[in-house]
Design a protein around this ligand. Sequence first.
Ligand code: ZN
Ligand code: ZN
Length: 405
Amino acid sequence: MDIKTIISSIDEIAEKQEELYKYLHSHPELSFEETETAKLMAEKLTEFGYEVQHIGGGVAGILKNGEGPVVLFRADMDAVPIKETTGLPYASKVEVMVNGIKAPVMHACGHDMHMATGIGAAWAMANNKDGWSGTYIALFQPAEETGSGSQAMIDDGLTDKIPKPDIALSQHVLATPKAGSVGICAGPFLSTAASMRITVYGKGAHGSMPHMSVDTLLLAASIVMRLQGVVAREIDPFDFAVLTVGSLQAGIAANSIPEEATLLLNLRAYKDEVREKLVEGIKRIVKGECEASGSPKEPEFEIFNKFPPTINDAEETAKVEKAFRNFFGDEKVITYKPMTASEDFSNIPNAFGIPYVYWGFGAFEEGQPVLPNHNPGFAPSLKPALATGTQAAILAVMAYLGKVV
Ligand code: ZN
Ligand code: ZN
């Protein structure tokens, strides 16, 4: 049995896979709310003959098939709070309450596509056992969007509950390359990221009596200006770093000086030490500006939505890339440049101390509007994106588990 036979076997389930995708798309669930989604993934894996475990809000299906390497393939399950504008017959109409506010929910990042391709690959592995040997682990992770789902599975004992993999693999549907193609990058691929909430304090007063106040708005504005110097003047020009102030909130009235201000920051880097340097610089500047303003209380810092960098192992990436090139042809395999986006997948291989490979596959066909992930109109072309994602998953997994026949 060769790889082409295994890959063409998915034609048998293509229709069901599309139905599953559409169902998932119209039933999205937010990060750590993926109860029904996880149940459905577990049901499918059980039906295919996998040993299934629920771990930290996610699902792991184990398929043992004799001697050989252990390969883990991961898909993420969460949707995002965005109101869908695709107008598709299977568009999401779901709304949920978040902190007392009604929020729309949509699979705008394509994690529904990851699940449908993950289930397709899981089916193919279960139905072509003659073609491979070893152990296959199909893993479905919660809460990628908040950067905390992979850690939740690890905190719930993932490394003790499943066999230690030799390699971990994962993929994302992206605006580039074109549907039908894949993209891959050895070494640093996705950046590390973190968000930061900073609260600074002043002294409230009537707008007519600024001398009686410690003005938090002036303080916060000085911080925003001064923070621009961190990347420009403190980070090595050959290191990648982004520092964005995405929100500044203080006061509601024209004639009142508010007592506190809150800033929300987003940080990106390829190296953990660069991210740490950003955080140090920010804290130093904020504390210094508070001191300069005569702030009556120490500022508060909270770091959240922390993502690790994604750094593909060069040797293993070459192995997966070769499998892609042999099957898709050189014109359908592009070499990505590093991206500024982030992922929490690498926490899983890092927890096991194993290498990993993460790649992208295309969402849109020629002539279709190319929209980025998280756009309310994000609607990948199902044919051929579903097939390509499934093929890529099988090819990568079989590069480790396949028997040479
Ligand atoms: Zn996303
Ligand atoms: Zn995503």
